[in-house]
Design a binder for this molecule. Structure first.
Ligand code: TYD
Ligand code: MG
Length: 452
């Protein structure tokens, strides 16, 4: 019989300690240690050389057949996964409660016609899941639902059903009897996840895990969980908007800069294959302070609306507020505008908003932000058929951006007639291919001339 023992774990990073400590020596967080009962494996389980089955193999002799990818029948999910689901991989889906994780994975399971899926839920009853399935629409007759949280029974059922794909909702509800602590505790999460990881690798069946996130936006459970799985996807979005964004945070089989966009509807999640349509807000009249940025996230072009409002500061210190854009970067752009083009912005309130609740990383959004600010400051509207792409440097130069042709063709496709681009991005671009007018700019001053 295993010997019971208590250990303290850091709930943030999973660091172990024999006694309680206030500050984690590993991640420097305060007050994160919790006591858990663990049982030491008996000596029989460890260090037994007779059990070793692995053999070293030369790289060229290893077949890469198991890199074959399963088409998830969802363009967005395939893209985020890097081209489909890799056999034997473990994918973790994180997200706030109610964002739509269960809906997304049930939808994947129900749409995968011709594949056998085992959907294991520790959170909802079969009837509840069935109700949701009815809303989504069932296309796959071989989608099996199971209410189970004990990992040994799960593996037994997997053996009986022999599925092509396993979905677990959620990792925090699973438990194993190797460990005495309660489900959701760090040692349980760690142990059950590693059991699933071993199962996926040995059977080549992919496992999709749902994981809860904590109030500060991290995946609940130790960082170890993120290290153990192959891919971590984050499902996020503003609950007041219908849009949901699936972002890849870690991916052993593809790029992490891809994103998928969905819209929550009464019949489940709809894939948004042309996101620019929803990200450009509908306007009937021209207003100042709005500029469209031609962005690229991963490989994917997106046209996004940036909105700025400049007002006279009513109180001594002007306010600077930004949604979806880094505030420090906004302050830097304001300083550049003031210094290089003489706009007196230091006494003004500046509010900036990226439409659609998106957070963007692409630095090419800079000149759209600046254009929106100038437009609001001068109260001159920017014509709706113009869009912008370029990064701004400290000396006011407009720097080259990546994926120029992607941006130009997306803008043209969506009916824009002019695109303002950094002059330095146009070196190797054949502009004759496009009908859209390209306006090259190299300094903030030139951008101001284009606008006013
Ligand atoms: P859910 O998948 O249960 O979220 P999670 O598993 O991340 O906690 O999604 C719940 C929300 O989605 C709920 O507020 C209702 C909404 N929803 C729809 O709007 N349409 C639908 O077809 C479904 C199934 C859910
Ligand atoms: Mg759920």
């Amino acid at each position: 019989m295993a010997k019971a023992k208590t250990i303290f774990f850091c709930t943030n990073c999973g660091h172990q300690s024999g006694k309680w400590i206030g500050k984690c020596p590993s991640c420097s967080e305060w007050n994160t240690f919790e006591e858990e009962v663990v049982s030491k494996p008996t000596s029989k389980d460890t260090g037994n050389i007779a059990n070793i089955k692995s053999v070293p193999t030369a790289v060229q002799d290893i077949s890469s057949d198991n890199e074959k990818r399963i088409d998830t029948k969802s363009i967005e999910l395939n893209r985020v996964l890097g081209g489909g689901l890799v056999a034997g991989s473990v994918v973790l889906f994180g997200g706030e409660p109610g964002i739509g994780k269960s809906t997304l994975l049930l939808q994947v399971a129900l749409n995968l016609e011709g594949k056998k899926i085992l959907y294991i839920s520790g959170e909802e009853s079969q009837q509840q899941i069935k109700m949701r399935a009815n809303r989504i629409g069932i296309q796959n007759p071989e989608c099996y639902l199971l209410n189970e949280t004990f990992t040994d029974s799960i593996f037994k059922h997997c053996k009986d059903v022999n599925p092509d794909l396993i979905v677990i909702d959620s990792i925090q509800t699973l438990h194993t009897d190797i460990i005495d602590s309660s489900p959701g505790s760090i040692s349980q999460i760690r142990e059950t996840a590693s059991q699933l990881q071993r199962y996926a690798k040995s059977t080549n069946i992919p496992v999709l895990l749902i994981g809860h996130i904590t109030k500060d936006g991290n995946l609940a459970g130790p960082k170890v969980l993120e290290h153990m799985v192959d891919t971590v996807l984050q499902f996020e979005g503003d609950r007041h908007y219908g849009f949901r964004i699936l972002r890849s945070v870690k991916n052993r089989f593809g790029s992490t800069s891809e994103l998928g966009i969905y819209e929550m509807q009464s019949t489940g999640l709809r894939e948004v294959t042309n996101p620019s349509e929803i990200l450009l807000s509908q306007r009937d009249e021209l207003t100042s302070g709005v500029a469209i940025a031609a962005m690229v996230e991963g490989q994917r072009p997106l046209l996004i609306e940036t909105q700025a409002l400049i007002g006279t500061a009513a109180y001594g210190t002007p306010q600077r507020s930004s949604t979806g854009f880094d505030l420090r970067r906004l302050n830097m752009l304001l300083a550049v505008l003031e210094k290089r083009s003489g706009f007196k912005l230091s006494t003004k309130d500046v509010f900036l908003n990226i439409a659609g609740g998106l957070k963007v990383d692409d630095p090419a959004i800079d000149i759209a932000v600046v254009a929106a600010i100038i437009s609001s400051f001068e109260d001159v509207a920017i014509p709706p058929n113009v869009c912008f792409a370029g990064e701004i440097g400290l000396s006011g130069e407009i720097r080259a951006v990546s994926h120029v042709e992607n941006r130009i063709s997306e803008a043209e496709k969506l009916g824009f007639e002019k695109i303002v681009l950094s002059k330095y991005s146009l070196k190797n671009v054949n502009l004759k291919r496009y009908k859209i007018e390209v306006i090259p700019v190299s300094k903030v001053g030139e951008l101001v001339d284009v606008l006013l």
